[in-house]
Design a protein around this ligand. Structure first.
Ligand code: FE2
Length: 134
């Protein structure tokens, strides 16, 4: 099922929201490719995106959480480290073998869960912190 960005994903920082919209659109792109049987063709692209995304977006978001003294700042950083580690594992797995459907589906599920759990339960805590300081 495609994910539609909505207010419930808002963090109170438009730059972060735009970056989250981007990861949602990449997930939807992967979803469409899987449905059309082309998952294997886009997976490397998606992983490259996820790697670049992680390095730029995570540090931007971590700085914001520190700036606004968000109580989940530490939890957020730890989750980001775990995400990076998991995607490094997947990249290593992929470099030694042909892409199989299982990996494509694993990446899809993990990205989807990341959006639904991490963004909704951790990142959105920023909203009340931004409100307090601004
Ligand atoms: Fe985060």
């Amino acid at each position: 099922m495609l994910i539609q960005w909505s207010e419930k994903y808002e963090t109170g920082v438009s730059e972060i929201d735009n970056q989250h919209k981007e990861i949602i659109s990449q997930l939807n792109r992967l979803h469409d490719a899987i449905v059309s049987g082309l998952g294997k063709d886009v997976i490397l692209d998606i992983l490259e995106f996820a790697g670049n995304y992680a390095s730029k977006h995570f540090s931007y978001e971590e700085n914001c959480m520190n700036k606004y003294k968000c109580p989940v700042a530490k939890e957020n950083e730890e989750a980001h480290r775990a995400f990076i580690q998991r995607f490094e594992e997947i990249k290593t797995q992929l470099s030694g073998s042909d892409v199989d459907t299982k990996i494509v589906l694993d990446v899809y599920r993990e990205l989807r869960d990341w959006i639904k759990s991490h963004i909704l339960k951790v990142d959105t805590n920023l909203k009340s912190c931004v409100g307090k300081l601004s």
